[in-house]
Design a protein around this ligand. Sequence first.
Ligand SMILES: *[C@@H]1O[C@H](CO)[C@@H](O)[C@H](O)[C@H]1NC(C)=O
Ligand SMILES: *[C@@H]1O[C@H](CO)[C@@H](O)[C@H](O)[C@H]1NC(C)=O
Ligand SMILES: [Mg+2]
Length: 264
Amino acid sequence: MAIAFLFLYFLAFAAATTSHASIPLEDLKTIHPLRPTATATAGHPLPGIDCLSWRLAVETDNIKNWDLVPATCENYVGHYMLGMQYRHDCDVVADVAIKFAKTLRIPKDGRSIWVFDIDETAFSNLPYYAGPDVAFGAKPYNATSFDEYAATANVPALPASLRLYQNLVKLGIKAVFITGSSTSLEKARIINLKRVGYYTWEKLVLKDSSDKRTSLVFKSEERTKLVAQGYRIVGNIGDQWSDILGNNTGSRTFKLPDPMYYVA
Ligand SMILES: *[C@@H]1O[C@H](CO)[C@@H](O)[C@H](O)[C@H]1NC(C)=O
Ligand SMILES: *[C@@H]1O[C@H](CO)[C@@H](O)[C@H](O)[C@H]1NC(C)=O
Ligand SMILES: [Mg+2]
């Protein structure tokens, strides 16, 4: 029964593919977007569709330097972050990164490193961002309350990144954490990293609160120092474009989703 169903599904898929392939490009304008069929919503745009477009635009870095999640998208972003889609999107990034790492030939000199960002990369600050004063980034950033949260040293790991980390350690690739979080949080971050399963790393680089470099410049310059010290950056993962653009970005970069905030 299941096999018969699968076969029918395959036939339907093959037929659909064929008929789409035969439509000339200039006729695409005759294909209408799908509409919900329920009477209550028939003929109306799908709720959340503009927020999905907004999220795609921020994830691709087409929209830059944005300040807040649009108020109309607070619910959308909240559902995305708390639901399975965010987890699946992160898992795909980790899967690709692990597959890539396994293709690398790692010399046994201990100089191969993988750069990890911390917030929304090694850790997930969702318990903080889901709070009513933060509203998934729809309310203005409050550095004081965020640092209070980070100082609890009780921030959960982002499971996909922890899985990547565990695979890298097995492959002989060392983690280097480069974070914009303040040097005053160093102790808390160390306790927190170990508590959630990041047991060992080559370096942990934090940013002094008097350091006025942008995150892009800070992270670029810190990576450049690592390369000058003889490290090979074989991979680099972060939730912000400023984690993975600039100089000495690494052999391959991986961008995790983050529709809650933008760091230049
Ligand atoms: C920021 O957070 C601190 C600490 O929780 C709080 O005292 C302060 O009122 C908050 N500031 C704003 C503008 O909400
Ligand atoms: C990258 O390196 C070039 C050359 O040293 C420098 O001019 C530029 O500012 C660097 N970019 C960043 C983002 O640090
Ligand atoms: Mg981050």
